[in-house]
Design a protein around this ligand. Structure first.
Ligand SMILES: CC(C)[C@H](C(=O)O)[C@@H](O)C(=O)O
Ligand code: SF4
Length: 468
């Protein structure tokens, strides 16, 4: 039998029809929706008089536009209110499950899906959101789609997709102390570049990924899109099955055991061929931070920003533009640079493990005076768990401001904005110009590094004692 990749096994099982040399119609097991990319899609099917084909496989939660304070009060911002109300109205009208504002399951859509067991190995999952790649951590084909495709999936539960090329990134070995899943993926992106994954679906393989928790794997897969890739996935294993077991939408009892038997087959066969293979050594990875305006512009935190002469000629102009925006110069040492904001949250690093890591670091310490520190749980369930575990108390004692679940300052489509010219160390996934507010300057890093920066008030290596 032909050796197949994990991606091909899942893809082939979902092809409804194929056009020779063209795209395939792929069946979608789970469709997640949020308030930003769904209104026109619902309007589209209504105009055509088409019902939602599989409302029971469609799940919605508002996240981008929601305020992260006083969620019990009416939303103040008119556009945000309109978007969130529209989502509620559409879900009610079409029989779609909604975890609305103040619902105990509300949160960032990519935190909510896995938590509820909606995300399972072997599935095809789409959402009108680029970071749908997160769900690939479970050994699923998960990718972001545009609003017109959201309409297509609402109407038919299928999507037309050209088959992407396949890349495997193998990392073996142990990550050192203080080196996290976020550092692993920022390292990979710094090597592959922000455009290097374009046209590919990535499989992450090797012991470095196998040793990660599901939260860590989600962090890695989440950022696949930041290399330009269509998505990323990791073969499911015992860690995956244990995470899924017992979750609300997971199969139960004997059904679960049968599902696990099938899920065990979800791995790339020996001898399967990829269009591109890359390999890195976990021992080479250190805490990472970005210094520029795309996620590929990252470096080991102890290193300097590259000198202009090290940058390829064709890239020098955009590099210089990026440095001007960031207020940095080529060759600058990063450690010691003052920071104004620390944001811990988002679908990359707003999970319970992330909050635990930050709380463990700041316990008994204080954030620096010059730092505004926001902790935004990825979901209501994360918020509740953080309260029950006493993390909230620890974080608040250290001077962090705990906000309510939502995308928050990850993209500033709501009230949480980093002011112009200010520097934010952020656990999110994008450092584009204006991403956290007009003129804001974002440096991406791990929750552990963010915690250390919050205490020191400046860029520090989280492995070293904080010297305030
Ligand atoms: C608003 C939404 C469509 C967007 C995305 O697709 O990713 C957002 O979530 C982001 O992170 O930039
Ligand atoms: S948390 Fe950030 S990256 Fe994730 S869905 Fe929201 S805006 Fe997009």
């Amino acid at each position: 039998m032909e050796a197949k990749t994990l991606f091909d096994k899942i893809w082939d099982a979902h092809v409804v029809s194929e056009i020779e040399g063209g795209p395939s119609a792929i069946y979608i097991d789970c469709h997640l929706i949020h308030e930003v990319t769904s209104p026109q899609a619902f309007a589209g099917i209504e105009k055509r008089g088409v019902p939602v084909f599989r409302p029971d496989q469609t799940f919605a939660t508002p996240d981008h536009n929601v305020p992260t304070e006083n969620q019990h009060l009416p939303i103040q911002d008119a556009l945000s209110k309109f978007q969130v109300d529209k989502l509620t109205e559409n879900c009610e009208k079409h029989g779609v499950s909604l975890y609305g504002l103040n619902h105990p399951y509300q949160g960032v859509v990519h935190v909510v899906g896995p938590q509820l067991g909606l995300t399972q190995p072997g599935m095809t999952i789409v959402c009108g959101d680029s970071h749908t790649s997160t769900h690939g951590a479970f050994g699923a084909i998960a990718f972001g789609i545009g609003t017109s495709e959201v309409e297509m999936v609402l109407a038919s539960q299928c999507i037309m997709q050209p088959k992407p090329k396949k890349m495997r990134i193998t990392v073996n070995g142990d990550l050192g102390a203080g080196v996290t899943a976020k550092d692993l993926v920022l390292y990979i992106i710094s090597k592959v570049t922000a455009g290097g994954g374009t046209g590919y679906f990535i499989e992450y393989a090797g012991s470095a990924f196998e040793k990660l928790s599901m939260e860590g794997r989600m962090t890695v897969c989440n950022m696949s899109i930041e290399m330009g890739a269509r998505g990323g996935l990791i073969a499911p294993d015992e860690t995956t099955f244990e995470y899924v077991r017992g979750r609300e939408n997971a199969p139960k009892g004997a059904d679960f055991d049968r599902a696990v038997e099938e899920w065990r087959k979800l791995k790339t066969d020996d001898g399967a061929v990829f269009d591109k293979e890359l390999e890195f050594d976990a021992a080479d990875i250190e805490p990472m931070i970005t210094y520029g305006t795309n996620p590929g512009m990252g470096t080991k935190i102890k290193s300097s920003i590259p000198a202009l002469s090290e940058i390829e000629k064709s890239e020098q102009e955009s590099f210089q533009k990026s440095m001007n925006y960031m207020g940095f110069s080529d060759g600058d040492v990063l450690v010691g640079k003052p920071i104004d904001y620390v944001f811990v949250g988002s679908c990359t690093n707003g999970r319970i493990e992330d909050l635990r890591e930050v709380a463990a670091f700041v316990k008994g310490k204080q954030k620096a005076e010059n730092i505004t520190a926001w902790i935004v749980p990825g979901s209501k369930q994360v918020e509740k768990q953080a309260q029950e575990e006493g993390l909230v108390e620890v974080l608040e004692e250290a001077g962090f401001k705990l906000r309510q679940p939502g995308c928050s300052a990850c993209l500033a489509m709501n009230d949480d904005k980093v002011p112009k010219g200010k520097y934010a160390v952020s656990t999110s996934n994008r450092n584009f110009e204006g991403r956290q507010g007009p003129g804001s300057r974002t440096l991406l890093a791990s929750p552990l590094t963010a915690a250390a920066v919050a205490v020191a008030g400046k860029i520090v290596d989280p492995r070293e004692p904080v010297n305030v």
